[in-house]
Design a protein around this ligand. Structure first.
Ligand code: ADP
Ligand code: MG
Length: 265
């Protein structure tokens, strides 16, 4: 039990993440309601890349945020290796959630502009003290190397970096917490097309190397086809289709999936 807060919970069998009946309803003015996520069910297996695709407004980001409880789900459960994140108190949530890290579309969202790269990557270790390395600066340099950044970037501020570099730094920051699930919400959509492929290649290499599981959110079907093992197609808050990537692309069942595929280049 002593290593409980250090290591992954010792559950090697079954899915890494089991999401059941996850629902998010936003309450608007005058009793108006938006059902952003109608009740999602899925599992994420170790080492897989599960993609969620859908047009803008279909509920992908809300799903991602609800999975991590960055926003409070209206209903449902999110079981990470036997622990339901829904219902955990703040402390327990923080402890469990470090195993699941989120990468946002806009890396600025997770990188404070006034902090140096060193500070940004090392900051979470102050909260998760058990992860504090003996030589934090060396460890940061190592993480930078792992995401293809020069060690000289360690004292830079986000504004001095390119968009692609900023996303690499946010990936390094996440890796510093030794996660085993990454929730990636359109991780390359804000980047120049020429840079997108480089960051995707990095993400795929890291997944292999570290055995990470990805919940990969994207509206880019070509990209999803390339990276995903399974695909959930989301439309108006619901999964209208869910299956292995080849099935979805070669034998789409839902009307909406067919329309989506024929609309994409
Ligand atoms: P996607 O990421 O697929 O573009 P979102 O999850 O951002 O979709 O949005 C899904 C729906 O939920 C949209 O109708 C959006 O307007 C609504 N929504 C998202 N966030 C909020 C919020 N904080 N308050 C109210 N409605 C929201
Ligand atoms: Mg979104």
């Amino acid at each position: 039990m002593a290593s409980e807060t250090h290591d992954r919970p010792d559950t090697t069998e079954g899915p890494v993440l089991e999401v059941t009946g996850l629902r998010k309803v936003f309450e608007g003015r005058h009793g108006a309601q938006t059902v952003a996520v109608a009740g999602a069910d899925f599992t994420l297996s170790a080492g897989e890349c599960l993609a969620v695709v859908g047009e803008s407004g279909s509920g992908k980001s809300t799903l991602a945020r609800s999975v991590l409880r960055l926003i409070e789900p209206t209903a449902g459960s999110v079981v990470y290796r036997g622990t339901d994140l829904v219902g955990l108190d703040k402390r327990a949530l923080r402890r469990t959630r470090r195993h699941l890290q989120m990468i946002f579309q806009d890396p600025y969202a997770s990188l404070h502009p006034r902090q140096t790269v060193y500070r940004l990557i090392s900051e979470p270790w102050r909260v998760h003290r058990d992860l504090m390395p003996d030589r934090p600066r060396d460890r940061v340099a190592e993480l930078l190397d792992q995401v293809g950044m020069p060690a000289s970037a360690i004292d830079a501020h986000p504004a001095q970096l390119s968009g692609g570099q900023r996303q690499r730094v946010s990936i390094a920051r996440a890796l510093g917490l030794k996660p085993d699930v990454l929730v990636l919400d359109e991780p390359v959509s804000a980047l120049d097309v020429s840079i997108q492929a480089q960051v995707i290649t990095l993400l795929m290499e890291l997944q292999q190397e570290l055995g990470l599981s990805y919940l990969f959110i994207s509206h880019d079907l070509a990209l999803v086809r390339l990276v995903a093992t399974r695909v959930a197609v989301m439309y108006r808050g619901e999964f209208v289709e869910f299956g292995p990537t080849s099935e979805i692309f070669e034998r789409p069942q839902a009307e909406y999936t067919r329309a989506l595929l024929s609309a994409s280049p």
